[in-house]
Write a protein that binds this ligand. Sequence first.
Ligand code: NAD
Length: 492
Amino acid sequence: MYLAYHREKMILTEVKNFINGEFVSTESTLDSFEPSTGDVWATIPNSDKNDVELAVEAAQNAFLGWSSTSRQERSNILSKAADILERRLDEFAEWESRDQGKPVRLAKLIDIPRAVYNLRFFASGILHDINSSTILEKANAINYTIKQPVGVAGLISPWNLPLYLLTFKLAPALVTGNTVVAKPSELTSVTAFKFCEVLNEAGLPPGVVNMVFGYGHKAGEALVSHPCVPLISFTGGTVTAERVRLASVKYCKKLSLELGGKNAAVVFKDANLTKCISSTVRSSFLNQGEICLCTSRIFVHRQIFQQFIESFVQETRNLKVGNPYDDNCIIGALISKEHLNKVKSFVTLAEKEGASILCGDKSDGLNLSDDKKNGYFMRPTVITDVADDSRLMTEEIFGPVVCVVPFDDEEEIIYRVNSVKYGLCASVWSQDVSTIHRMAQRLQVGTVWANCWLIRDLNVPFGGIKESGIGREGLKDSIHFYTEEKTVCLQL
Ligand code: NAD
């Protein structure tokens, strides 16, 4: 009785699938938890193969109409969606925070504004994209190219930056004339669901975007292995990506994979330490360390190591952890109990291996209000005295845990940074442009930030190498991925 009453009070949102412009319930649902309280706050569809089938069918039916619209028409609808989302920024930020655990302030500053920007950026970018042509004088012929949409695009997104990453796929897929079936993470479905209202209001024709919610191994896998979905854009873990590759290989699908990282920051002795320390504290712990681009290994030149670590630990201790509604809180809750336990298990491993835990979990307590006592919080944790071959230094932790270790020279540090299986990004801190240039050339990553972190221009390619992914996203790269380029040769 109490439970039923409790659930009724807590469940605010009933997420439904969005198929052919309409919201559709499923027989079976899943509970979705609010990370900062540990309570159920939404139910989401437990979609299966049949739901995916309906969504794909709707997307197929809408394809001819949508792909025949002009770029300008598609751009207008996306721009309108951006305006509506911007007008509703505060409520979307609050939903993102409740669903994901991040501070509301962060969602207002980064997640939702970036989702708005994704829509605007591709809505305008597509208008400036031109095709190539050549003239063959001897044969008296002209070659020109046409970029055509691929068909029904399957978009699979993770829980860490839910609407931000979903719209980074949705916007280029739509402006290039594809129709879409999206499967957001089962842990964070709410803003994607609410965004469907925005798409309807913006005048997107029914069936152009369809969303199915639920488990990855069920709804996600059904989408990836569907023979009528020729393109899959996936952002998530490296292990899941293997299943995605295997399920799609039979159909020779176009694949874009944005995967995990074990990103390093390298701090040379001539670095501007004030700027470097505040930036690396941010790069280690922003969004609870749950960003694929977060720094996880910091290598500091031995001559400045002590000075660095003292200030770094001091600044980390100042980060307030707790209530996501509190504007002074920098660190919210981790996504789930299971993930919290996984992240904490790395701190236990550090203890077992005899590493030094300088601050955070196991050394500092949390001071949470009663309503947050069951939330999935942990303190940002700094670890040192750890070997390069420890799992702490090789595996993606994806939480507020960073390892800081010394190095002696450039040759050595290039080898150590490159010695992991991942290759997403790195940051280099030095005032010497030659050092930066040499490092940038030799680090095996998709993005190098020098004396900064997370400054992003959507015009430039983004993606990982090694086990951090396949393909690039960004204006030109995304247009390339979401289209098939055809050559026409016309003899005059
Ligand atoms: P995940 O791999 O568990 O899930 C990602 C998505 O895939 C979810 O929607 C999930 O439901 C779905 N999925 C799971 N199994 C599937 C299957 N068999 N077939 C099809 N879909 C399936 O990842 P996550 O835990 O949601 O996200 C964290 C991971 O994402 C981290 O490794 C992080 O580094 C990575 N990530 C990478 C980038 C990037 O741009 N490189 C950005 C954000 C997150």
